[in-house]
Design a protein around this ligand. Structure first.
Ligand code: FAD
Ligand code: NAP
Length: 538
């Protein structure tokens, strides 16, 4: 430890800012902190930059937000020089883009890779944080920016015999380090969320046999992905500002056209035509067809029924189609955007196994034992999701003022103000954190917004000689009320999903995200403009 009862060890290196995580959020924080003239260092657990796009390099990984929207807006020269090749770019292109940003702004020299931050302890007397890494490094910093990712901690199911299985096992969120060649092999994919729906059709092309193990059927819409033409790229580049502006007015910060009528106030034929047009257009815009899909169960069911009919129409085998039909609300779990997911089930080498009817009993050395017998398997792909939003923060031992740990502070669920800071944890800032619209909005845009706010705050602190800032308990409480009220007015709490933390055993059930990007941004900026209302500055 570098701080012992308020005494900071002299030999520890001192920084103005430590950033944790080299995804889009952390990289932008590093760039902006440097521009402010701050002495900054970034620690990243992985072997290179990219965050999500470093770890999730599984076959088929791509964005479900149009690439030109899922990009930085802070530098128009950067916008103009980068050319996106596809409407929904694949992981290699997204990673190349991030590498380009890193080289362009010369960020690499301030990043330490393969460096897992294990703890951060606040020293109330010296008003600094001591940050320690797995390798035993210890540094001291005035401010700490946690850009550790809303979807960066993989969750594995707890299956009996997992350690006995002698084949290869890999999680989609750790493909970078564990990826395998499935050519000609017998592959089992467990999980039918966005990751499972993306990876399975790609693996099926190479695998000898692919078993899709489904606990709950997923709603998925086609991406209708395609290469961008030269004319489109020219037009997009000419209109970047307007495209971003339009997105920032939407609750999701996506440039989709949001329907301005209820799904229930139009006739059945018109409704069908509207859904069909959205289906043809592809992508998440499908669920913006009407303005009450996320707030009215009956409206929601019209969209759900449309997708169910599509599944029946695509999947040739009626029994497989039946098993693939979700009967839940659509969108409560993030809507999947796929490239041939349902079509995949028409391949001879693909078999759907409904593990809600025929559960996994255990794994043995050679495969998966189901209630009705064993299937021999060479490769198990866990597409079983993430300990979302809070997982990467609670993975570290974070101790704030008066020795209170973040784990204690959040034992009933995460409490933050503006998704940016936590009472009792001075000068600790979060990017894409709980209480922000993480998971519901374009997260590059959100990261840029969060980082800009943090940098203005650090600048303000420097100019006003403020040493510590943290939210008041009242502000935090009021913020929680706003998020709860939004959640209760929506359909999201009606399903089990990572949005409410129910995919991780023992995690408190709580909707963790703000649902309205423009109002969220307004609240953040209003606080800053009012001299950081809701915060205590000392
Ligand atoms: P990340 O990119 O997750 O980066 C966090 C980094 O922090 C990681 O590299 C991690 O190794 C590092 N880290 C964590 N803890 C520590 C520690 N203790 N010490 C050191 N380093 C640490 N969002 C969208 O808006 N649109 C999409 O289309 C989209 N597609 C996605 C596809 C996949 C497969 C996944 C998993 C997520 C997707 N997301 C998407 C969400 C995505 O996570 C965000 O868009 C965005 O990449 C988050 O960036 P970030 O910098 O906040 O976090
Ligand atoms: P996810 O949405 O949480 O899906 C996990 C899947 O694994 C679910 O089908 C779940 O079933 C299943 N599962 C979990 N535990 C299981 C168990 N013990 N036994 C059997 N099945 C189990 O995770 P994800 O697919 O990785 O996606 C997470 C988020 O990342 C997405 O919502 C999205 O925001 C982002 N993402 C985006 C893209 C993209 O298109 N750009 C791609 C991947 C990820 P249940 O439903 O029954 O719980």
């Amino acid at each position: 430890m570098s701080t012992v009862s308020g005494v900071v060890k002299a030999e520890a290196k001192h920084f103005d800012v430590i950033v944790v995580g080299a995804g889009v959020g952390g990289l932008y924080a590093l760039h902006r902190a440097r521009r402010l003239g701050l002495n900054v260092q970034l620690f990243e657990a992985g072997g290179d930059v990219g965050g999500t796009w470093y770890w999730n390099n599984y076959p088929g990984a791509r964005v479900d937000v149009p690439s030109f929207e899922y990009s930085f807006s802070f530098d128009s020269e950067l916008e103009q020089e980068w050319r996106w090749s596809e409407r929904y770019s694949a992981q290699p292109e997204l990673l190349s883009y991030i590498h380009h940003v890193v080289e362009r702004y010369d960020l690499r020299s301030s990043i330490e890779f393969n460096t897992w931050v294990t703890s951060a302890v606040y020293d109330s007397k010296a008003m600094v944080w001591t940050v320690e890494t797995e390798g035993g490094k210890s540094v001291v910093t005035r401010s700490l920016i946690m850009a550790t990712g809303p979807l960066s901690v993989p969750v594995y199911p707890k299956l009996i015999g997992m350690d006995r299985f002698k084949g290869e096992s890999v999680h989609t969120g750790r493909w970078a380090t564990e990826g395998v060649d499935v050519t000609g092999k017998r592959v089992a994919v467990i999980g039918t969320g966005s990751s499972g729906a993306q990876i399975a059709p790609e693996l099926a092309k190479a695998a000898g046999k692919l078993y899709m193990l489904q606990r709950s059927p997923a709603y998925s819409v086609p991406s209708q992905n395609r290469a961008l033409t030269e004319e489109e790229v020219t037009s997009l580049k000419a209109n970047y500002a307007a495209i971003r502006q339009k997105a920032r007015r939407n609750r999701s910060c996506l440039g989709v056209d949001v329907g301005n009528q209820s799904a229930l106030e139009v006739g059945a034929a018109e409704r069908e035509a509207i859904y069909q047009a959205r289906w043809n257009e592809g992508g998440l815009g499908f669920s913006a067809a009407f303005n009450d899909i996320y707030s009215d169960v009956n409206a929601n069911n019209t969209a759900a029924e449309f997708v169910r009919q599509k599944i029946k129409g695509i999947v040739a085998d009626p029994e497989t189609a039946r098993k693939l039909l979700p009967d839940s609300l659509i969108g409560c779990k993030r809507l999947c955007v796929d490239n041939g997911y349902f079509e995949m089930f028409n391949r001879d080498n693909v078999q759907l196994i409904d593990i809600s009817e025929n559960p996994i009993k255990e794994l043995n050395e050679t495969g998966i034992v189901l209630e009705d017998g064993e299937i021999p398997i060479d490769v198990i792909v866990y597409a079983t999701g993430f300990d979302a939003i809070t997982g990467s923060l609670l993975n570290m031992d974070i101790q704030g003022r008066d020795g209170i740990s973040l784990k204690q502070a959040w034992s009933d669920g995460p409490m933050t103000y503006l998704g940016l800071a936590v009472q009792g944890f001075p000068n600790l800032f979060m990017v894409n954190g709980p209480g922000s619209p993480a998971g519901l909005a374009n997260m590059v845009a959100l990261a840029e917004e969060n980082v800009s706010w943090i940098m203005s705050c650090l600048d303000h602190m420097k100019k006003q000689q403020v040493k510590a800032i943290e939210p008041t308990a009242e502000a935090q409480f009021e913020w929680a009320k706003i998020i709860n009220a939004m959640s209760e007015a929506s359909i999201y709490p009606l399903a089990n999903s990572w949005y409410v933390g129910s995919n991780v055993p023992g995690k408190p059930r709580m909707f963790m995200s703000h649902m309205d990007y423009p109002n969220y941004v307004k609240a953040c900026r209003d606080s800053a403009n009012a001299g950081y209302s809701g915060f205590e500055l000392s």
